[in-house]
Unconditional design. Structure first.
Ligand SMILES: [Zn+2]
Length: 275
């Protein structure tokens, strides 16, 4: 079925069937830093759903020590809030876990992959460089969060262009035009996720920046943390420069990252409302 849909021409895609929602699937708070969100996307196409990143999942809520570990929980200030998990928020929208056919990951850090195990039937898409980084045992990742055995699909080839940046077409069960955009540095295979919808681009930059202000302030204080957390800081800086260049152009682009709460839609409850 995947193969047949793949053959559709772009013109045949009924965009009225596609809806994209911005949701927050987790909270981190490590004062004096401001609270950080887990800004994910829910893409609905007919009866099928695609997630971009998964936040802090229900398995994390039930067994945080084993899945994430006290050091990481403490270092990032993880909050374990059942009602904020993806599975709970989808249920409250009447969307069954089985409707989630595909999950596209920016990277494999624990605050992005916690919800994977709540959707074990979904195919999980990511850059091959990121999967190799995970398989190589990079200690930043937490193997328990993958112990259910995700159905991986990796992409290694830049086969397309997204507003001047190389991109990789992601093949999901839906007709939505989704791309992985290499934004390496934070991790070795970290990607943005771009979606072409209604003739405009939306780019989730993941953790390419923590705060949007980093695009305009080259000496933002959060840079110290970003440097510390980067697998490859030179690449991270290069990525940030590419994003600065892209977002200064007057192109029709909506962009946002994972952790900056100022980029969440107004209707999303903040940490003080849910904790
Ligand atoms: Zn993150």
């Amino acid at each position: 079925m995947r193969g047949i849909k793949w053959l559709h021409n772009k013109e045949e895609v009924d965009e009225s069937m596609i809806r994209i929602e911005h949701l927050n699937f987790g909270w981190l708070h490590k004062p004096p830093l401001p609270p950080a969100s887990c800004h994910c996307l829910l893409i609905l196409s007919g009866d099928e759903a695609v997630l971009v990143d998964t936040g802090i999942g229900m398995h994390d809520v039930h067994d945080p020590q084993r899945r994430i570990g006290s050091d990481a929980i403490d270092a990032a200030g993880f909050k374990f809030l059942p009602d904020v998990t993806a599975i709970r928020q989808l249920e409250s929208r009447g969307i069954a876990a089985s409707a989630v056919t595909d999950i596209v990951l920016t990277h494999c850090d624990s605050d992005h992959v916690g919800g994977l195990a709540d959707f074990p039937a979904a195919r999980v898409h990511l850059a091959s460089e990121e999967k190799e980084n995970l398989d190589a045992g990079n200690p930043r990742y937490t193997p328990f969060q993958f112990s259910h055995g995700p159905d991986w699909e990796t992409y290694s080839e830049n086969d397309s262009d997204m507003l001047g940046l190389p991109s990789r077409r992601v093949s999901t069960s839906t007709d939505v035009d989704i791309r992985l955009v290499p934004l390496f540095g934070h991790t070795n295979g970290h990607c943005g996720v771009a979606i072409n919808h209604e003739a405009a681009w939306m780019l989730h930059v993941g953790d390419a920046y923590y705060l949007r202000d980093e695009l305009t302030n080259e000496h933002h204080p959060i840079s110290d943390l970003a440097t510390l957390r980067a697998d490859n800081n030179d690449l991270r800086m290069e990525t940030l420069d590419n994003l600065r260049h892209l977002t200064r152009q007057s192109v029709d682009l909506t962009y946002f990252g994972y952790h900056d709460i100022t980029e969440l839609p107004d209707n999303i409850p903040l940490l003080e409302d849910v904790a």
